[in-house]
Write a protein that binds this ligand. Structure first.
Ligand code: 5GP
Length: 214
């Protein structure tokens, strides 16, 4: 019998703004058991129907900087301008220790910082089907000003060069297709021999006895 692994798996989903990682992440949380979302902390203001503690922990710049001082973040970065975003370390450690898988939906700078610290994580890059499609999605989303859209679009070109630092690339041509690919990656990763902590063949004597007394 193979002993069950005690620790959960860390999954990091990132990719340029508009690639659709948020939608994929939400679907994964609906479709995959034993998967927890890492709620990030941010200094940006809540949008529309975002809920504090569910979508993000919304805090002030002072509160965030206090967290930095106290070394509370697994990673943090300033994303798209002047707002801080960070992954609270305690929640990630707690989930992994409880044997739960945890998914981080974070930007590329943050993902690469996590990779430095937790190289056994699964790093997945979500790619738009084309840059034209990315541009159209950013415009259609209608959540940012024109200047912000241009900034995100320029960033996307730079960020795509980092794809080689990831373990997997998934092209988000159609949401369920992309979700199925990420689910297959998670499943395959959980079957990796180097993720199994221990093998336990605990009933050898009993089975041998049964054979000998046939
Ligand atoms: P938004 O403001 O649209 O919710 O997110 C902007 C960007 O910040 C997205 O690319 C998102 O993945 C990223 N992000 C969200 N949470 C974190 C985090 O904890 N750390 C980092 N580095 N990026 C994050």
């Amino acid at each position: 019998m193979v002993k069950k692994k005690r620790y959960g798996t860390l999954i990091v989903l990132s990719g340029p703004s508009g690639a659709g990682k948020g939608t994929i992440c939400a679907e994964l949380l609906r479709q995959v058991d034993n998967l927890r979302f890492s709620v990030s902390m941010t200094t940006r203001l809540p949008r529309g129907n975002e809920v504090d503690g569910k979508d993000y922990y919304f805090v002030t710049k002072e509160e965030f900087e206090d967290g930095i001082q106290k070394d509370n973040f697994l990673e943090y970065a300033k994303v798209h301008g002047d707002n801080y975003y960070g992954t609270p370390k305690d929640k990630v450690v707690e989930a992994l220790n409880n044997g739960e898988d945890i998914i981080l939906e974070i930007d590329i700078q943050g993902a690469l910082e996590v990779k430095e610290k937790m190289n056994d994580g699964v790093f997945i890059f979500i790619m738009p089907p084309s840059m034209r499609e990315l541009k159209d999605r950013l415009v259609k989303r209608n959540t940012e000003t024109k200047d912000k859209i241009i900034e995100r679009f320029k960033n996307a070109y730079k960020e795509i060069n980092e794809v080689t630092k990831y373990n997997y690339i998934v092209i988000n041509d159609e949401v369920q297709n992309a979700v199925d690919k990420v689910k297959a990656i998670i499943l395959a990763e959980k079957c990796r021999v180097d993720r199994i902590e221990d093998f336990e063949l605990n009933n050898e004597e009993e089975l041998l006895h049964e054979l000998l007394t046939l």
